[in-house]
Design a protein around this ligand. Structure first.
Ligand code: CAA
Length: 283
């Protein structure tokens, strides 16, 4: 099996952009693809900003940045993913959208290229079943902000080839990350444990047990979490949190995972967290 040299990323949002940045900085030829020119332009501008900040902080030299930028290509057509040895999909958390993309990727990449999904909760087996090469499909779940967070949760689908898993672990390590395995159950490990904690914080707030800043303060100071659960929910996006809770409820067949009404209410009100300027807190 060939060594991974070229990385394709589908989706240029917060996660896709972060994955592409880390891949390019780590020495991989990287193509990042999104369907709109505005989205890729935003992604490139964000890369420029974050790489310039890395120079200011003395973490990278101007030459490092130039080299990383020369390895990055921004495209708007999936066909331009070209010679990628692995394609990492990081689009919206919607099973149907992901399945359509994987079907298209499987038809384009017919060799031993790896098709990975950055999904945070959708079944890898289900995504893989949309292709005729489920053995090459795997979950590679990065965390936000990708340049900072060390973990990649690696999820095998039912049919994933163990050689594919080995190559993905090697890639994650070459990107400076630590790869840890989780099986293909809803939410894997990270979101199965994190999201119910966040959801419980919304219940505690709704029931008047404490105010948001005190809930967050208690968890930060008492449990050494870098962010309190409500602050973290705003950081992730309240719509994403509610969506993942629903995926857990359906995938684990238990209503106890449904989003707290308080969380649902903020989402319905358009208060999605940092990205919309207001969530639990105002920004
Ligand atoms: N993009 C890139 N880098 C960022 C960043 C961003 N959005 N936000 C912060 N950083 C970097 C800063 O540049 C800084 O880098 P240096 O150390 O090189 O200077 C570093 O992160 C620390 O930032 P700050 O000093 O400004 O702030 P901080 O010490 O408060 O840390 C934090 C910020 C790293 C985000 C920290 O609060 C934290 O770890 N929070 C928890 C994050 C977390 O839990 N993420 C997982 C979310 S769940 C998920 O992603 C999975 C899912 O499926 C939903």
């Amino acid at each position: 099996m060939s060594q991974i040299k070229r990385v394709g990323v589908v989706g240029s949002g917060q996660m896709g952009g972060g994955i592409a940045q880390v891949a390019a900085v780590s020495g991989f030829e990287t193509v990042v693809m999104d369907t709109s020119a505005e989205a890729v332009a935003r992604c490139e501008a964000n890369h420029d900003k974050l790489l310039a900040r890395a120079v200011e902080k003395g973490k990278m030299t101007e030459d490092d940045v130039k080299a990383a930028k020369s390895r990055l290509t921004y495209v708007t057509d999936v066909k331009d993913l070209g010679q990628s040895d692995i394609v990492i999909e990081a689009v919206v958390e919607n099973a149907e959208v992901k399945k359509a993309i994987f079907k298209q990727l499987a038809a384009m990449f017919t060799g031993d290229q790896i098709l990975a999904s950055n999904t945070s909760s959708i079944s890898i087996t289900e995504i893989a079943a949309a292709t005729d090469c489920p053995e090459r499909v795997i979950g590679m779940h990065f965390f936000f902000p990708v340049p900072v967070m060390k973990l990649v949760e690696v999820i095998n689908g039912l049919a994933t080839d163990s050689k594919v898993t080995e190559r993905v672990i090697a890639l994650a390590e070459a990107m400076g990350k630590i790869a840890l395995p989780a099986n293909d159950r809803a939410g894997f490990i990270s979101n199965r444990v994190l999201m119910p904690m966040i959801n419980e914080a919304f219940y505690a707030w709704m029931e008047g047990v404490a105010e948001p800043k005190d809930i967050d303060g208690i968890m930060k100071l008492g449990c050494n979490h870098p962010m309190g659960p409500l602050e973290l929910a705003d950081f992730i996006g309240l719509d994403t949190c509610a969506h993942i809770m629903n995926v857990l409820a359906e995938g684990l067949h238990s209503e106890r995972y449904r989003p707290c009404p308080k969380l649902d209410q903020l989402v319905v009100a358009g208060r999605m967290g940092r990205k919309s300027g207001r969530g639990v807190y105002e920004y």
